[in-house]
Design a protein. Structure first.
Length: 149
């Protein structure tokens, strides 16, 4: 993409076809010395307009929002922003800070995707939580559980 922004290659030269039917991708290309400036440039706006005309849906992947300003810049150009959090790795404080940064820049934030989630581990923990908070407090649920045992 950066090589296209510098005018070194055409859009046709950087668009790659994936193994999935009707799915294409563009890599970032050469890393410039000033990525934030390139992302906020007129060339970037022209690039986004060009890919929006050519494709039905355009998804931009960016680095973590609290690491560099790239994601904040990109979020101001898009129709919607989705934050990806890694289960068991993303700290809640960092997630909250990320949401705050996205909302500060624009109002396109639509939600969070939880990545690397283990269904088995998560379901059991959820079930225990649900069971504990939905049982009557008068002890009848415990008595019924004992009767079934």
């Amino acid at each position: 993409m950066i090589d296209h922004l510098f005018g070194q290659v055409t859009l046709e030269e950087i668009v790659r076809e994936s193994e999935v039917n009707n799915l294409y991708y563009i890599t970032s290309g050469t890393i410039p010395p000033n990525p934030s400036e390139m992302l906020s440039s007129d060339q970037m706006q022209a690039f986004l307009n060009e890919v929006r005309e050519r494709f039905d849906i355009v998804i931009l992947d960016s680095p973590p929002i609290v690491a560099v300003t790239d994601s904040e810049i990109i979020s101001s150009y898009v129709d919607a922003t989705i934050l990806v959090a890694s289960s068991e790795k993303t700290e809640l404080v960092m997630l909250e800070k990320s949401v705050e940064l996205i909302r500060h820049e624009n109002s396109s934030f639509i939600g969070v995707v939880l990545n690397n989630f283990s269904y088995k581990a998560g379901y059991g923990a959820y079930y225990k939580y649900y069971y504990y908070y939905t049982q009557p407090t008068n002890g009848k649920a415990k008595d019924k559980a004992k009767e079934k045992a």
